[in-house]
Ligand binder design. Structure first.
Ligand code: ZN
Length: 294
């Protein structure tokens, strides 16, 4: 069913966002995203049939399986996504394809993502949210900052490959919730200077705001990537140049930076994140700390 789509996909183009490819005589190799610490690229691609095999963890499949696994979506959703993103004409595909494709009805839908009922919910909430002040932000040291607020919660959209997949909702008392049944793995939200090549990975929203403010003080344009958890931070901080981690000083946070070989900083006080540090000291002092890392 997916043979034609597979044939028409450009492997390098599809895989580009998942890591860099090394060209060998018969294969394209990349660091395997399915097992940890794959420093020498052990996942190989055979271009003729767009099939992969990892010599480390034995993961294997075709390009659609790969994308489905990376994005934690069904094979069908992965195929739909690939077809759409690569501008492939679906008219020659089966009815099942066309039905799946009809979920997308405008370019905006692709941006915001309507691949599942859950992400449609995230999209609806985002559309209904409005920029507003919020008690959580005030407590975190940003009384004048307007965030997207829906009902009484701050909305932090979660994107995966530019597709909206979920939402974190932060209540006035700081309680954080994700939309039910939505994937958050490999999802993130980036604030700051999205065009800057540099990325600082952090766990939480308030931490990100403080790191962003510190970067403004340093006049250092950076994208600040919210990963929502320490384990997810490890997953999304895997690729790209000019990467840094600002970790929380707790067990999960500190273990997330282990073996990443990335420059990182964490406040020295156990239990603190960068926002706690900035509130106790100042954003200027946080900026000084980050300057040593950057
Ligand atoms: Zn592997």
């Amino acid at each position: 069913m997916f043979a034609e789509l597979k044939e028409r996909l450009n492997l390098a183009q599809v895989l580009g966002r998942y890591g860099s490819l090394e060209e060998n005589t018969t294969t394209l190799a990349m660091r395997c995203p399915f097992h940890n610490n794959d420093h020498k690229p052990s996942l190989h691609w055979w271009e003729n049939d767009k099939h992969f095999y990892c010599f480390g963890c034995k993961a294997h499949g075709d390009v659609i399986d790969f994308v489905a696994k990376m994005e934690r979506v069904s094979i069908k959703d992965a195929a739909t996504m690939l077809a759409r993103e690569n501008g492939l004409d679906m008219s020659t595909y089966s009815n099942g394809y066309r039905r799946a494709m009809s979920q997308f009805n405008s370019d905006e839908d692709i941006e915001l993502g309507t691949v599942s009922r859950e992400s449609a919910l995230a999209r609806a909430i985002l559309a209904r949210s409005e920029p507003n002040l919020h008690p959580y932000l005030a407590r975190k040291g940003f009384p004048k900052l307007k965030a997207r607020v829906y009902k009484d919660s701050v909305c932090v959209p979660i994107y995966c490959n530019r597709i909206l997949v979920s939402m974190q909702l932060i209540a006035p008392d700081g309680t954080k919730k994700f939309l039910k049944n939505c994937k958050t793995s490999r999802g993130s939200w980036t604030l700051g200077d999205l065009d800057a090549p540099g990325r600082i990975y952090v766990e939480g929203y308030a931490t990100a705001l403080s790191v962003w403010k510190a970067c403004l003080i340093l006049k250092r344009p950076m994208g600040i990537v919210v990963s929502f958890s320490a384990s997810n931070l490890r997953k999304i901080a895997m690729w790209g140049e000019d990467r840094y981690i600002v970790a929380d000083n707790d067990e999960a946070g500190l273990s997330a930076v282990e073996n990443t070989h990335l420059p990182w900083w964490a406040p020295s006080t156990p239990g603190w994140d960068a926002n706690d540090y900035a509130l106790a000291a100042s954003h200027h002092e946080l900026a000084e700390c980050l300057l040593k890392m950057l």
